[in-house]
Design a protein around this ligand. Sequence first.
Ligand SMILES: Cc1cc2nc3c(=O)[nH]c(=O)nc-3n(C[C@H](O)[C@H](O)[C@H](O)COP(=O)(O)OP(=O)(O)OC[C@H]3O[C@@H](n4cnc5c(N)ncnc54)[C@H](O)[C@@H]3O)c2cc1C
Length: 496
Amino acid sequence: MGFIKLFLHKELSKHLRGEQFIQSLDDGRKVWLDGGLVDHLPQHPAFSGTLKTISRLFNMLDEPGIRESIGFVPPGGKKYVHGSFLVPYSSQDLDKRRTSFDLWSRETHGMMSRLSDYGRSMITGWYAAREEIGKLDPHFESKITAYYEEARDKDLFLTTAILDPQIDRSNGLEDSRINERFLHVVKETSEGIIVRGAKMIATGAPYTHDFIIFSFLNFEEKDHKHAHVLIVPANSEGLNIVCRESFADHRAQNHILSSRYEEMDAVLFFDDVFIPWERVLLYGNSETVLKLRANKTANSLAFHQTVVRYVSKLEFVTGVAFAVAESIGVQGYLHIQEKLGELITQIDVMKALVIASETMAKPDKSGVLVPELSYIDTARNIGTKYYPRAIEILQQVGGGGFVQTPSGMEDFYGPISNQMHLYFEGAAVSAEKKVQLFKLGWDLIGSPLGSRHELYERFYAGDPVRAYANQYVKFEKESLTDPIWKLIKESSKDVY
Ligand SMILES: Cc1cc2nc3c(=O)[nH]c(=O)nc-3n(C[C@H](O)[C@H](O)[C@H](O)COP(=O)(O)OP(=O)(O)OC[C@H]3O[C@@H](n4cnc5c(N)ncnc54)[C@H](O)[C@@H]3O)c2cc1C
């Protein structure tokens, strides 16, 4: 019986796409970590836990009963593909997109932000807006259609790398150091272009299939070789993926989150990488690139995912804060209740903004139902402040408990077991459970992974200062200032 089970499992796993995804990563990509090239990436301890998690998510698309919620069968297709590839034309379609984001986020407690559903949504958005964007370049429409279909049908894992290296932010391309090191074309051939330079930051880079790359600044015409929107396979010749230190920690009882949710971040070095023309979506005109980047349809579809994911994360942190408060019996104190209440308001505000963006969705010129971007922008902006505040509240609720934990769980079974059970006991929870809970809390507030998450939430959506300022710049100000001038005008005639 045991043998049959094992055999069946093996038979099944051969066909599951999680397994196929992992196998596909042994493709000659150059991933640099700790001073060397990573051999056999899927087995490497820096990635194995995370890949197991992603593999589980991919397999959900093959599971009857779940795949219907998380995916859809595209026209003419035979298998389910992820909902991030769905172009929404109705509120049911938007619901489906949200559900697909939500299911993956909940499976990972909102702790994995680049599960490719963001990158896939961006490609879907460009495809959805192909007619509009196609006005900028006659080849765009056919290129994005071919790539969208390939990414969708081959389950490609995608991530973005948008920013230029932080060399000297006070200077632009007039500085030769920057000009040479920001990604640019060094040669054009009949088959494609050859690019050199660097890009940062690419979360999930070591295990992505393709990078979505585009230039960030508004360049002058003379710098046209820096303007581009590219799709670059991770195993391209000359591409070096340079990882930061790994925060994966396989002591799962000590680091539940770090053992399974470490999304590596990397810088990409392009050492004369060839990109065929069919993967050069735009090139040579920074205004055109900026117009694509400002496309409302694409941005709404992609950014919608980021806010749905964010709600899961806030709920997770709030759940941990509630459990911590109860485990040490502080939940009855007014100031603790005030802080826990604040976490609930955070969740409600973010959820309300997601609902508002969907309820106020409007069709674009091609009939694509586009979530209202202003609510999504607001959610992304306040999110940069909510998460650090949520972590601060968690610290205030748990106090020193986060470091009053033993180094491992072994002492619960050793010579000091009785004392461990006695002194680590909680208000309404066993000593073992309380220690595990506080270790989970530490993985959020104090571990390298936890600190990285706080940085991530502050910056993942771009520079928060300029993003807030942009909301003001883009806002139709007369809608608020006209009533003020009207009141002043009226008051000059009135006598009170
Ligand atoms: C953990 C993590 C993961 C990330 N993952 C991804 C990813 O997968 N894909 C991706 O594309 N990006 C990713 N990002 C990058 C993110 O988009 C950038 O960090 C963000 O846009 C800010 O840019 P920067 O880090 O270069 O900061 P900088 O732009 O260098 O800013 C540093 C500071 O200087 C200020 N500053 C700099 N220039 C100006 C200016 N001109 N005017 C006013 N103030 C200025 C900023 O306000 C900020 O306070 C990630 C970031 C983090 C932290």
